[in-house]
Design a protein around this ligand. Structure first.
Ligand code: URA
Ligand code: CA
Length: 441
């Protein structure tokens, strides 16, 4: 088999065989096919697309390129959640504890943040002493004992995807639905989940800017999951503005604590209840999403979710006292408002630009090895549909450097689109995709 022939076949719009897909994935992972040939193939796939069969085969080949984690020693159905990437997305810190408190095992492998999106591990490290370094045995023991553990992605999961994603990133071939779906699902399948709830974002801050492509991406991922026997559901949600109010590590943890107390932002609370209820249904802890939602609401109201967060922090070496006294997280030295220069209604808040403003402040990593500042970030006060008066504060910047505070202030003002016409508040949940079909709300 020759790589040249595979490239030409796809370039001409033909379907690749399982053998051809396995060949290029295996040979590329082991370094026997050069980047330039695989780049050409990615571009051919970008233009000619792959069908469902090819997409499923590509995903399987990427799963098999590395380790597959065996979570079978954990009792119960392991349901994982994945978000296609958002700004200020604190859902894992809320969903994990409430779903675990409902009795479903949460065995979560999380990442660190890179670029303008934050990572769950960085956020959790705001708790002094918290660590994700543990053996797989300890990880499993923790989940069996407290129903929740958050580990780092240390295992060699889907190395083919790692190489392909890095290559796509520099060859303008990221935004192809089959390639994104295969990339995400290969990592989820390799990390051992029995069932998967996907939060597929749409809007200015998402990969999929328009709603139809988000539904298409969700359908593709649900079909892949189904084809390998993992019950998968996709929820399509809005990312035309950051989720909740806080962007930045400790600020988001505090927002998660507020939400677990039942005092969080409405959109963040709604998203967590929605995703969590699907997790409970797939985990066979509830008959219907409606029943599951009631269970989760009770868990928040009774304080059991907050208790579970404390248990998680404690079991991984962190100081749970921070949950009751959030002043322990420390504060940035400079806390200044961002003031609107004109009156009007908020039409949009470019989520990725807000993420970049937080990055400038030091909340995120420019490169893999940069140090992050856990205390800095942005808290927004106005969301889509809100009226803003001239001179009113639309956001607060938390900074440790006056220059950076100035730059971030400008960026936040740029990210806000304010208009004269009245704007309706955004619908957060756009629809749901299951193996039996698509439902739009
Ligand atoms: N996230 C991934 O992991 N892969 C993609 O291709 C796009 C987003
Ligand atoms: Ca937030």
């Amino acid at each position: 088999m020759r790589m040249y022939d595979i490239i030409m076949k796809k370039r001409n719009g033909e379907e690749l065989t399982t053998e051809e897909i396995n060949f290029f994935v295996e040979e590329y992972t082991s370094g026997r096919i050069p980047d330039y040939q695989v780049s050409a193939l990615m571009m051919a796939i970008y233009f000619q697309k792959m069908n469902k069969r090819e997409t499923a085969e590509l995903t399987k080949a990427m799963v098999e390129s590395g380790e597959i984690i065996d979570l079978s020693p954990i009792e119960g159905i392991k349901v994982d959640k994945h978000s296609t990437g958002g700004v200020g997305d604190t859902t894992t810190l809320i969903l994990g504890p409430i779903v675990a408190a409902a009795g479903a095992p949460v065995a979560k492998m999380s990442g660190r943040g890179l670029g303008h999106t934050g990572g769950t591990i960085d956020k959790l490290e705001s708790f002094k002493g918290f660590s994700v370094d543990m053996s797989i045995e300890k990880f499993i023991e923790n989940v069996n004992k407290t129903k929740i553990a958050i580990g780092g992605q240390t295992a060699n999961l889907a190395p083919a995807d790692k190489k392909l994603y890095a290559l796509r990133d520099v060859t303008a071939t990221v935004d192809n639905i089959s390639l994104i779906a295969g990339s995400i699902m290969s990592k989820k399948i390799a990390s051992g989940a029995d069932a998967i709830v996907l939060d597929v974002k749409t809007g200015s801050g998402a990969f999929m800017k328009d709603e139809d492509s988000a539904f298409e991406l969700a359908k593709e991922m649900v079909d892949i999951g189904t084809s390998v026997g993992r019950n998968t559901i996709g929820v399509i949600t809005d990312m035309d503005q950051p989720l909740g109010y806080a962007i930045g590590n400790a600020l988001e943890v505090i927002e998660a604590i507020d939400t677990l107390k039942g005092e969080g932002p409405a959109d963040l609370t709604e998203l967590c209840l929605t995703l969590g209820s699907h997790m409970l249904v797939l985990g066979e802890r509830a008959e219907s999403a409606k029943e599951a939602k009631k269970i989760l609401e009770d868990i928040i109201a009774s304080g059991k979710g907050l208790e579970k967060l404390k248990e998680l922090v404690k079991s991984q070496g962190g100081d749970p006292a921070y949950v009751d006294d959030v002043s322990l997280f420390g504060k940035a030295r400079i806390i200044e408002p961002v003031v609107a220069s004109k009156a009007g209604f908020v039409k949009g808040i470019k989520a990725d630009d807000m993420g970049r403003a937080a990055l400038v402040l030091g909340a995120g990593r420019e490169t893999k090895d940069s140090e992050i500042d856990l205390t800095v970030g942005i808290v927004i006060h106005k969301k889509i549909g809100d009226f803003v008066k001239a001179g009113e504060s639309i956001a607060t910047i938390y900074a440790n450097d006056a220059e950076k505070q100035k730059t971030a202030t400008e960026m936040v003002l740029e990210a806000y689109e304010i208009t004269n016409e009245e704007i309706e508040a955004k619908q957060l949940i756009k629809g749901i995709v299951t193996k039996s079909g698509i439902e739009r709300f």
